[in-house]
Design a protein. Structure first.
Length: 161
């Protein structure tokens, strides 16, 4: 393993938006507020990838001031983040994510989330960890007003040809 990166994201929950986590639309009464689909899980993974490669954050590469990213699927942002790190000759090896939310419970969606990430990053599903926890009633997350995610990734340098 050559590099490790850490990513974090948080978005408020609001009525009138669909909820996406890990590229999966999850039935819920609220969705995450943001310029794109506001998928905090994938945004954290993007930031972890970019950081591990020594790049600036997701907001720099995919600014909310650019209409090209309005409503975009975060799976596409993940794909673009992968292209950025591939240009620097890095390949993801491992991804681990913690989602912080009081609700909804995401257990039954974990397998599909792992499949989505594995397909985009071109790594095996068993190299991806997805976990969830509550915030024990503390703060915006604990009061059910927001969802956050933390991600860590490891990268290997690709062999030069």
């Amino acid at each position: 393993m050559d590099r490790v990166g850490l990513g974090y994201d948080i978005h408020r929950l609001v009525k009138g938006r669909k909820l996406f986590l890990g590229g999966v639309q999850i039935p819920f009464t609220k969705g995450l507020l943001g310029h794109s689909d506001a998928d905090v899980l994938l945004h954290a993974v993007c930031d972890a990838l970019l950081g591990a490669a020594g790049e600036r954050d997701i907001g720099y590469h995919f600014p909310t001031t650019d209409d090209a990213y309005k409503g975009i699927s975060s799976l596409e942002l993940l794909s673009q983040a992968l292209r950025i790190i591939k240009k620097k000759k890095y390949q993801p090896v491992n991804v681990d994510v913690v989602v912080l939310a009081e609700a909804p419970k995401i257990g039954k969606y974990v397998d599909q989330i792992k499949k989505n990430i594995a397909a985009v990053l071109k790594i095996q599903k068993n190299r991806i960890g997805i976990k969830a926890t509550t915030n024990e009633g503390v703060g915006l997350i604990g009061q059910g007003q927001a969802i956050a995610a933390l991600a860590i990734v490891s990268l290997n340098k690709l062999a030069s040809k």
